[in-house]
Design a protein around this ligand. Structure first.
Ligand code: BG6
Length: 487
């Protein structure tokens, strides 16, 4: 992958006053500066429509860091970071206004990274405005936040628009899960360790579970979320990306193109979920009022701004099959939901059970070995194995144990959950950890078919109390195959 050095950069954040910028991007830039990873001459230009100034933006950024950073603010780092700030008031709908941006950029000597932390309907204005102001040089890049559309057709429109101005190599489609340490460690785990490379297929693996459970609700984003639902908001991108890392064939090297190619093949091999199997293969849920860590929380339909008739899902579980040689007959069970018991993202690989059991005194059925990959909040890897209970009582009795293969210094907090790394990679010019156009479109194609089948079925989502692991039908989904969720 890339070196630590990159040319000085003008990082332009469109939507500089927005939620994403204040909650994630500023925090990540702070962490990068703290670790001396920001190039000393790099500048940060926040662009938004409100009449703020450099000074008032600096105050807003300071407040946001105090609010969202879960450590105390280091004055030296803050002084260094805030010295990089600039603020530009710009009306994105007026293409003439982009000339103002030319005045603050130095494109002769520096690269420009345009970060679009704004809704996608504004992407085309920005691309056209940058083009009109002649700011689309060879050294300019564009980083696009999700959602890239809400279905295949709308994502094609967005991609066409952006590609009419930028080359594909200049476009960075972000999925912040690909910046998470443990997702990347999957590459090392799978392709650098022979015990896993040789035991990673239908001959040794029974099934795989991927859980992305969130404790939060919709966080005041009713308008966005209710048009999206958990399938489009989380599964189309984050869960399918994790799935591609687990299921892909070994890439020939770590170059962006090699990795993208292998991920696309997995997405192409996903068995379609359509009218005939959607009822059996998927579960939709919606949270009702309940308790999270002892605190009462409202249901989805009581959220601020809610349409009380909404049938949008806040939970989805499904069985996914990958129709290729490696994964024939190995189900992948995916589940993700808001307002679940607690935040937990993990992958559990269940190995096959042994054909014969000589330890019936301990376990009538020998439990399978499991590889458990924790993504967040805990990060690390464990293997569950069986070993003998120590002692000289003349018996051989077994117990389950977890071997901790953790590779991380748990003191190092990855507070921004992936954004630090991805911001840095976009400034370095390495798009390996970003999503190619074809990946986004394959993922949409597969998800669109589920969405269409749900519409025809017109079943209301199953309610589940906030603070639980989803509706009972999610358990039934696995029970039908004789399995249970890892809880
Ligand atoms: C975002 C979704 O992409 O990911 C949010 O839009 C979700 O709805 C968030 O809460 C989860 O991210 P993380 O890093 O907290 O798991």
């Amino acid at each position: 992958m890339s070196e630590n050095k990159y040319k000085p950069c003008d990082l332009v954040i469109f939507g500089g006053l927005g939620d994403l910028s204040r909650r994630k991007l500023l925090m990540s830039l702070y962490q990068l500066d703290k670790s001396n990873l920001l190039e000393p001459q790099t500048k940060i230009i926040a662009v938004d429509r409100l009449p703020e100034t450099r000074e008032s933006f600096t105050q807003i950024a300071h407040k946001s860091l105090l609010e969202f950073l879960n450590e105390s603010l280091d004055d030296v780092v803050w002084a260094r970071l805030s010295a990089r700030f600039n603020y530009l008031q710009l009306d994105i709908s007026n293409l003439e206004e982009f000339k103002k941006l030319s005045a603050v950029l130095d494109q002769k000597n520096r690269i420009t990274v345009n970060y679009l932390a704004i809704p996608p309907f504004l992407f085309s204005n920005i691309c056209n405005g940058l083009k009109k102001a002649k700011l689309v040089t060879k050294e300019a890049r564009i980083v696009m936040e999700k959602p890239i559309g809400h279905d295949l057709a709308s994502s094609q429109v967005i991609n066409d628009t952006v590609q009419s101005v930028f080359q594909e190599s200049q476009i960075y489609r972000i999925d912040h899960y690909l910046g998470k340490e443990t997702v990347l460690n999957l590459l090392a785990l799978r392709f650098a360790n022979s015990i896993f490379t040789t035991n990673w297929s239908h001959s040794t693996i029974d099934h795989i579970q991927i859980t992305v459970a969130e404790e939060v609700g919709i966080e005041g984003r009713w308008d966005y979320f209710d048009h999206s639902g958990q399938l489009r908001d989380m599964l189309q991108n984050h869960l399918l990306q994790i799935l591609t890392f687990i299921a892909m064939e070994p890439p020939v090297n770590l170059e962006a193109q090699s990795i993208h190619n292998e991920k696309i093949k997995v997405l192409q091999a996903l068995r379609p979920i359509e009218d005939y199997n959607v009822g059996k293969r998927t579960v939709r849920g919606q949270y009702a009022a309940g308790y999270i860590k002892g605190k009462e929380v409202v249901g989805y339909l009581e959220e601020e701004g809610a349409n009380t008739q909404s049938t949008t899902e806040s939970f989805v579980a499904m069985r996914v099959d990958i129709d290729n040689w490696r994964w024939a007959g190995v189900p992948f069970y995916l589940r993700t939901g808001k307002r679940m018991s607690y935040k937990r993202t993990e992958i559990v690989v269940y190995f096959k059970q042994l054909p014969h059991n000589i330890f019936k005194d301990s376990f009538y059925d020998l439990p399978p070995n499991k590889l458990i990959i924790h993504l967040q909040p805990k990060e690390g890897v464990e293997i569950e194995i069986l070993n003998k209970i120590p002692g000289i009582d003349g018996t051989i009795r077994l117990q389950k144990n977890k071997l901790d293969l953790s590779f991380l210094n748990q003191d190092k907090k990855h507070v921004s959950g992936g954004y630090e790394r991805l911001l840095l990679e976009s400034m370095r010019g390495n798009n390996t950890l970003f999503i190619s156009r074809e990946e986004t479109e394959q993922a949409w194609k597969w998800v669109d078919s589920i969405q269409r089948a749900w519409q025809k079925l017109s079943d209301a989502p199953k309610p589940y109390p906030a603070g639980t692991w989803g509706p009972n039908s999610a358990d039934a989904l696995l029970a039908r195959d004789g399995r249970t969720w890892e809880d």
